[in-house]
Design a protein. Structure first.
Length: 162
């Protein structure tokens, strides 16, 4: 049995909204992945956003209504840009500066932040990094600034500035 198979579990979830399941199933077919894979991605994303102790909580209004007791008082409403399912991605300071919204990186194999990304820009524009293989940042960005943004990441690399 492979390591990834050992991490998988068959579950029965009661009370799933039928329309939401149909949407997830349709999306899985279009992406050529299993419903279980997409559900796992959704679980990871929700956990990473709700468990984040920071002042920003990003959840759809209906989810927020249902989990009202979990929502901190200082909720800030934002609409992030989600970048997802890319094998390898390099992000420059200019890339981050030109996006109006904070960014969530989801399911990126190798995510590389270029040397021109400042710690302030990283902290301001990167909302979350979820379920990525390798995240590489230049050494002038503090490790704990990066670690405060990641969930379900296999490896964080600190690279000496070129």
């Amino acid at each position: 049995m492979s390591a990834s198979e050992e991490k998988q579990k068959n579950v029965l979830i009661r009370g799933v909204d039928a329309e939401a399941y149909r949407g997830l199933s349709s999306l899985a077919r279009r992406m050529n992945v299993s419903v279980g894979f997409l559900a796992s991605q959704a679980f990871k994303l929700l956990v990473s956003l709700v468990d984040e102790p920071g002042p920003v909580l990003l959840v759809p209004i209906e989810v927020a209504r249902r989990v009202r007791r979990l929502v901190p008082g200082s909720v800030k409403s934002i609409v992030p840009r989600v970048v997802r399912y890319i094998g390898k991605l390099s992000v420059s300071g200019r890339d981050l500066e030109t996006t109006e919204s904070p960014v969530v990186f989801l399911g990126i194999g190798e995510l590389i932040f270029e040397d021109d990304v400042t710690e302030e820009l990283f902290d301001k524009k990167v909302l979350r990094i979820v379920d990525c293989g390798v995240v590489e940042v230049p050494s002038h960005i503090k490790k704990f600034t990066v670690l405060s943004k990641v969930s379900f990441v296999k490896e964080v690399r600190i690279r000496e500035t070129r």
